[in-house]
Ligand binder design. Sequence first.
Ligand code: PMP
Ligand code: GLN
Length: 386
Amino acid sequence: PAARVAGLGTSVFTEMTELARSTGAVNLGQGVPELPSPPELLADVAEAVRSGANQYPPAHGAPALREAVAAHQLRRYGLAYDPRDEVLVTTGATEALAAALLGLCDPGDEVIAFDPCYDAYPAGARFAGAKLVAVPLVEDGDRFVLDADALRAAVTPRTRVLLLNTPHNPTGKVFTPDELDAVAAVCREHDLVVVTDEVYEHLVFDDASAGAHRTIAALPGMRERTLTISSAGKTFSVTGWKIGWVCGPAGLLAAVAGVKQFLTYASGTPYQEALARALGGVEEWAAEVRRTLGRNRDLLSEGLARAGLRPYRADAGYFLQADIRAWGHGDGVRFCRELPSRAGVVAIPTSAFWVRPGAPSHLVRFSFCRSEDSVRTAVERLGSSG
Ligand code: PMP
Ligand code: GLN
């Protein structure tokens, strides 16, 4: 194998989902939703297939979906994108991330990301020959917060891209307005491109207390330097469809599109046709998903606290962190390998998301995008296993 794949190993999601399958444990590991999808969306995909939407769409994406994405950005964030050359449909957010890093970075360039981060970021930087520089989010009580001084100190003349993820996987953090301002200031000052991964944009639970999701692209001087990535997978509970998209100024978007055309050329036609319609009514749909996820988050946090596994606050998304030390464990990897036999539950060691060596090993990520039944069962099992 080439040097660029050495040490990539098997994704932790694959390992842990396989462990859940082979042991029959409740899977609170990989973020695979057991939540409903809009029935009209499912019917529309079937109809699109039946009516012949089965050949290559335009490489940039079905025009209807590109228009729906542009309309969504305008309606929600007040940002205008031209669907002809400022919106690109991709094979999930994952392809968008890889194509953005490959399209923007030369070998030796540096990419800043906040640690812990989604595991596709270091892999994507590596494929591009770039160096991922990790700026740790800092624990503050039951939250993780930005250290703006550490961010500033991480910038070098080789820094090209800042990768932001809000709402954040694996912590459930939503970057606050002040934090976003601070990140934007650094990017303007050092002329960095921001790639912002907002796949959980619709899944912020308590809007009043946490603040709704905000996009950094809407801050002064940021639209021109920001690529915004999202995906249908989380919002509509269709993670297997792998339809994502990128919005950005035409010059930056062309770099991503140039790579995408030779990675996959285009992405699933019938899904795009159906999602174009669903995105128009996403606000109504997402309100229901948020309520379900918020209830599950509460059930899981309370259950973990009762079991002695101290939960951190999650304001959004699918995941929360727990501190496992009260169970006599400091090693999340061993803890997660033993958890199926000890408690009949699968979780993911947060160490899989840390880039910098020596990061804390006592954190474990639990997913609550499962059915209420699954979450209740997991919590009961954990409660009798400590
Ligand atoms: N970014 C983050 C932060 C995610 O959690 C995920 C989903 N696992 C992705 C990107 C990938 O999204 P998609 O399935 O659309 O490729
Ligand atoms: N995003 C999901 C997670 O964090 C899984 C993605 C994947 O399996 N690659 O669990």
